[in-house]
Design a protein around this ligand. Sequence first.
Ligand SMILES: [Zn+2]
Length: 303
Amino acid sequence: MSVQLSYEQFCQRFSTEKECVSALYQLKWPNGFHCPRCQSASYTLISTRRLPLYECRSCLHQTSLISGTVMEGSRTLLQKWFRAIFLIASPSSAINAVKLAEIIEVTYKTAWLILHKLRHAIGHHNANQLLEGIIKINATTYGKPYNPTIFRHPQEHPLLGGASINAQGAITHLKIQQVEERFLAPNSSHVLPAGVAHFQEHYVVPNPVDVVSFTGKRAKLLYQPLIRLCKEAYYWLNDTFHGIGGKHLQAYLHEFCFTVNYALQQQCPFTQLCQLGATTARITYKRLIRKNTASAAKQPLAA
Ligand SMILES: [Zn+2]
């Protein structure tokens, strides 16, 4: 499915819940049904519910089409989920919960949850995509105050941007990660060498060709193409969501990097995002609002 379709064309393509059921079945079981408990391929279809149930003929275990997906437990129509995926995966995606609620006609809370559940799946995917080859790492900050001082402002979020660079010097893969408090100098946004080491350990392949990092005083040397992409992320955060606090910042950065990485590879992220949605276990609302509370103050739902 090409994301080059307009939203209206997309809605026509998936105009019924039945079409979405069939698409989700293909994404969930591309090689045909298999029971999650005993792997048997034979089932009895139970069609008395809103969504089909598949009862394994060997062990009688019943599986819903949405169990084991980000949609598990959701009462929202699949059509609306597909539309949300289309909108988030569209080039220059600028969809926030307020807009999504209006377009797909759900409550603000449902729209906020759908977006965050999809970001959760994206975060899982991004964690497995490591930087490789020639790599640049640059310290940067989101939410820098107008008059910065040597002390860190509470809304200042130190980040590390990392990029794989090809032989022509162009960025092919971007990562932007929040830096944990333990990797910062006291009261400052200065990233300690241990923070860069942690970044390399978690987000870079074990044997990269070359890694150059710019932090501390060297951050002034800045690798400009990477800094430009980080600035784009900050404009996107501010323009689309009117600024984001620390608690969910990483989820939004994941979304930004996901769409940028597909654009850099001149690919469309729609199919990938559908697959991620169909194969990533959901995150519950409870877990979502508890997430990272140790490192950030509780905040109301942000767009
Ligand atoms: Zn079974």
